[in-house]
Design a protein around this ligand. Structure first.
Ligand SMILES: [Zn+2]
Length: 147
């Protein structure tokens, strides 16, 4: 990290780091040479992860895809402001696995597991799209399996 005032690379972190909604880490730093303070924002590079779709097709992992699914499921529900947090949680779990490939099925299951804990209505919305429910009997079966 280079000081924007004098160009020195010697600095220290002067306050606690904070993480904002999009997962950026904020650090307040002080230059050891000129003593001026500046703020840095660090973001972990996008996950280099391939997602294997049901048809065997692969695509690069995309945070926004999970996010859009969650936004739809949580529309007008109490947990709707937790979408970013949920996506980050799922991304962290995927990163922890350290795998280069995951199936879209696994990601779907992780999303379902999180929604189930958070909000059962959102869970049912998501699962109905995910498992392509045809009619109310599918919902009834799913609700029964929850009890
Ligand atoms: Zn400096």
């Amino acid at each position: 990290m280079i000081c924007p005032f004098c160009g020195s690379s010697q600095n220290k972190v002067v306050d606690k780091r904070g993480v904002n909604g999009s997962g950026e880490i904020r650090r307040r730093r002080e230059c050891l040479k000129c003593s001026k303070r500046f703020t840095t924002y660090e973001k972990v590079a996008n996950l280099e992860l391939m997602v294997v779709k049901r048809d065997g097709h692969q695509e690069l992992f995309c945070r926004d895809k999970i996010k859009n699914g969650l936004i739809k499921a949580l529309r007008k529900r109490p947990g709707s402001e937790q979408v970013d947090e949920l996506v980050s949680k799922i991304e962290r779990k995927l990163r922890k696995k350290g795998a280069k490939q995951v199936t879209s099925k696994l990601i779907g299951q992780m999303v379902l597991a999180e929604l189930k804990k958070l909000d059962i209505v959102a869970y049912l919305r998501f699962v109905s799209v995910y498992r392509e429910f045809k009619d109310s009997r599918d919902f009834a079966k799913e609700i029964q399996s929850l009890n």
